[in-house]
Design a protein around this ligand. Sequence first.
Ligand code: SF4
Length: 96
Amino acid sequence: MADDKKKASALAGAVMTAEGLSYKGMIMNPVVENCTGCDRVVALEDKSYCPTYAQPEKKWMRGICNFATHVKATVDKEGKTKVNPLKASKRAAKGR
Ligand code: SF4
């Protein structure tokens, strides 16, 4: 219940404009598919937004979002970013 209040207040003061959801002077873009399962996602009206990052699709362009709560990025020996295999398998088992 306290979590719901915290989430609801995360985008307090956000106003829907013709350009999109305006929050603290920025236009917020809706979350992308990769954000599914992240605790930071806040549903507002018929869409979901990320109060942490205004443009979620850009956060995922170069790999895993570093603010994500549902996936953990690790860097392998070659310097490539990998998803935590345990979390990835749990997500796959849940069908996400
Ligand atoms: S923190 Fe990252 S993964 Fe989570 S909702 Fe925001 S952009 Fe998406």
